[in-house]
Structure formats: C-alpha cells, structure tokens
Design a protein around this ligand. Structure first.
Ligand code: G6P
Length: 470
C-alpha cells in the first residue's frame, strides 16, 4: 500500500541550462510537511514540473524526478493559458476570494480545466493500485476526486483545499458550479482550513445537489463523504532554529545598521489582489499624514514575490503598486530617509528569517486568504517573544492567532491606528500576546496537520467499510 500525493505543482521546479534540466527544490510549507510521506518507499508525488518544454525532453525530466519519488504531468502552453491562468486563476481564484468581478467565465477555460484534470487522472491511474491512499490538493484539481472514483470505486481519496471556499451566493455565480461540487464529492474526506469554509461547502452542496447532508457528512449515492476543518501549520522548528543561527543574527545586525530605523513594519506576500497590498500602502500613508512625528523613525519593508504575471489583473496590480509606492516615497521622503522599501522579488530563507527578527511589527492584511502562513512564520521567528502581529480578520490564521491585533483590511483608518498601537505597545503586552501565539504555532505545526489529515482519512475509510459490512 502506498500514498500518492497530487497537486498542480510538484515540490520542485525544473530549470533548463544548456539542454540539461535540473530540479530546483521549493521552500514551500506543503513540500516540507509532505516530505516525510512522499520520499518514503514507493510513495509518489504527482504534479506539474513548473516548466513548459518540448516533448523530446520529457524522458530526461521523468528520469531525474523518478529518483526523488516525483512523477511529472507535462502541460502544453495552451493548457497553461487556459487551465492554469484561465480557469484556475481567472475563474476559481477570484470567485473563491470574493472578487467575482474579476472572473471571466470562458467556455474554453472550462474545456481545458476538464482536459487537464483528465491528464492528472491518467497519471494517477498509471501508478495507483488497490489499497493506495490518494491525497489531492487544491482548487486546480477539483474534478479529480470523482474522475478517480469512477475508475476505482473503492479507492481511498482525500482532498484538501488550500484557498477559501466562498459563501453560496458567490459560488453559485460559476456556470459549472454543479460539476465542480460533484468532482469534489468523489473524495472520502474533504478538508478546509476553517470551519466557515467547510460550512460554505456543505451549504453549497445541499442547495445545489440532490444529496443528503447531516452535520459534516454528505451521502452521495449511498457513499458517505466527510467534511472537516484542518487549519494548516508551518514547520515551526525550522523557523525557530533559523532565528537562533549566528549567520541570521549577523544579517539582523547588518540590516539594522543599514535601515537605521526605530520601527520596521514588515509585509511579505505573493503578488496578488487578494492580499490587500494597495490598501495597506494607503494605511501607511495615512499613518504618516496623521503622525508626522514618525517621519524618519519608521519604515515599511515590503516584499512582493512575483506571481502569475501573465494574468492581466496581476500585471495591472504590479503597475498600481509601483505607482503608489513612488507617490508615497516622493511625498514623504527626506534627504536621508524613505518611508517604503519595496522589493519585487523573492529572498532566500535566511534573509527572510533576519527580516522576521528585525521587524518589530508584521502587517498581514489580506482581503481574503485561506490561511496565510507568513503570519505564522513571523510568530515562529520571534524567539525573544516580542513584536506585534497585525492580522486581517479575513485570513484563516486569524481564527487561531486571536492574540494578534486583528483588523478589517478594508478599514484603512483602523490599519493606521493598529500600526500606531503596535508602535506604542508596552513590551509586557507584546509578550502577553506573542507567547500564546507561539504555543499554538508550535503545537499545530505542519507535521501535526499532515498526521491529522491522514489519520482522519484512514478512520473515515474504516468507518465506511464497517458500515458496508453491516
Ligand atoms: C496558493 C495556492 C497554491 C499555489 C500557490 C502559488 O498558495 O493555494 O495552490 O500553488 O498559491 O501559486 P502558483 O499559481 O504559482 O502555483
């Protein structure tokens, strides 16, 4: 019996150099958490290797990945355009993040979404044997559980959604809403980050499909599907031990000297309109306007990691950020100081750890976020138990990190006030809040999350089998 992990992206990205393909590992939390599973024995992780390449290179890439227990699903440029950028990121992503006006309901996007989900199905069926456990991840593969179920009715299938599940009124806008739900219901266990996401899913199924729902169990054609909440964690130990490393401490000193600031507000996100980046900049500007005493004393260090830049809304957002940062810096800067240090790129983990350590304030203000792991990484990195986390109530993490300063990300005035509160927060109060948050992030870490999901999936399957035997 083996475990098959399936996600749109593999935990590595193939980079080409002179006709040779080299796997570059990803630093992602999911890759760390599932590492203990897919690297063992015959287990395997199936997904896209992050690059579009000519068919003649497929064999080479397959070979290289095989030794790491990874199996690639190759996507063509048309599939990237229509399945990934199109249906996944121009229909599902905006609607599921409550930005439905950004959605483009193109029939062609949908056709490719079905086609690519079928491609993933074929890759799974090449390796799946009776008794295997199949764990599918995220919104790019919503149809896959049912596609597998049709081929292997007894398969053990888990599905976890990493982004929010919207309320019924939003979800019903999607022309292919029933097909999406039917696809998901092929799983035995469906996991979401928060209770509200799970509740929204249960409500959508009971309003749209002829199923019987009782509490968190849905009965579909005599088969039961369990819907549960599993808030995802991070590798706490990794962030804590990074913060203790002498090289990181050296970086912190180095950065402190360069910035020469009393207060640093840190923000780190992937480029995305769901992250509330513009609103956060407006809030910072308002703070400077209301509190000129902070000029030359505070700085915002804003890291935006490039993402999905072929999707129109993302490139437009990038331009808007450039403009707003330029405006604010031009208006408020002095000869030796600028309010915003903006970086449009990714950084190595050690530098991120140094920044988490350096910043006395971390501002995480998404309009909507399934969980948000940056907030947890900041908490795990605060080894001296100080610092203030300002956290949007629209992030899944706000349900666990209740000792953060919680804000409504649409309320610019409230974010500005929260930064002011953070600047003036006594150290004892900072510790009173940080300590319980660190305990939560430590206990409910990524390994705990993986184990809980897998154990629950096994229990669900066992219960199903014993019901059938009766
Ligand atoms: C979110 C999604 C993931 C996705 C990641 C990066 O966290 O939940 O499924 O992989 O963003 O986005 P990308 O489009 O680059 O895969």
């Amino acid at each position: 019996m083996k475990t098959i992990i399936v996600s749109n992206r593999l935990p590595v990205k193939m980079k080409e150099k002179d006709g040779e393909y080299i796997p570059m590992p990803s630093e992602g939390g999911l890759a760390t958490g599932l590492g203990s599973i897919y690297r063992q024995g015959d287990n395997v992780w199936i997904g896209w290797p992050g690059t579009v390449t000519a068919e003649e290179h497929y064999g080479q890439i397959e070979e290289k990945l095989k030794s790491q227990n990874l199996k690639p699903v190759f996507l063509t440029q048309e599939e990237i355009n229509n399945f990934y950028e199109g249906f996944s990121n121009e229909v599902l992503w905006p609607v599921f993040h409550y930005m439905s006006t950004y959605a483009r309901y193109e029939q062609q996007y949908w056709d490719y979404y079905v086609q690519v989900n079928q491609k993933f199905k074929a890759a799974i069926l090449e390796v799946a044997e009776p008794g295997d456990v199949i764990w599918i991840h995220d919104y790019q593969l919503l149809l896959l559980p049912q596609m597998i179920r049709e081929e292997q009715p007894d398969a053990t299938i888990g599905f976890f959604q990493h982004i929010p599940f919207p309320s019924y009124e939003l979800f019903r806008l999607i022309p292919w809403r029933n097909e999406l739900l039917e696809g998901m219901l092929g799983a035995d266990l469906l996991g979401f980050h928060t209770f509200d996401d799970a509740r929204h899913f249960l409500q959508a199924t009971s309003r749209l499909l002829p199923v019987i729902t009782s509490s968190n169990m849905i009965t579909v054609n005599d088969r039961s599907v369990v819907v549960e909440t599993f808030p995802m964690g991070i590798d706490y130990k990794k962030y804590e031990s990074l913060a203790h490393m002498p090289s990181v401490a050296h970086q912190v000193r180095n950065l402190r000297e360069r910035f020469q600031l009393q207060h640093i507000v840190l923000t780190i996100d992937r480029l995305d309109y769901s992250k509330g980046i513009l609103q956060r900049l407006q809030a910072f500007e308002l703070l400077l306007q209301l509190h000129p005493e902070y000029i030359e004393k505070i700085g915002m260090c804003m890291i935006v990691v490039p993402s999905r830049d072929n999707v129109q809304q993302y490139s437009a957002l990038r331009d808007d950020i450039d403009k707003l940062v330029g405006n604010i810096n031009a208006r408020y800067r002095t000869m030796g100081w600028a309010p915003i240090h903006y970086f449009y790129r990714s950084f190595p983990l050690e530098i991120l750890s140094a920044l988490y350590n350096l910043a006395d304030i971390c501002l995480v203000s998404p309009m909507r976020d399934g969980m948000n792991l940056v907030s947890k990484e900041y908490v795990a990195s605060r080894i001296h138990h100080d610092g203030v986390l300002i956290l949007s109530e629209m992030a899944g993490a706000s349900k666990e990190l209740i000792d953060a300063v919680i804000v409504n990300p649409n309320n610019i005035g409230a974010i500005a006030r929260a930064i002011d509160e953070a600047i003036n927060m006594p150290i004892l109060e900072q510790r009173r809040r940080m300590l319980p948050m660190r305990q939560i992030v430590e206990k409910f870490n990524i390994h705990h999350w993986v184990k809980l999901f897998m154990d629950t999936l096994n229990d669900v399957k066992r219960n199903q089998q014993s019901m059938l035997a009766k």
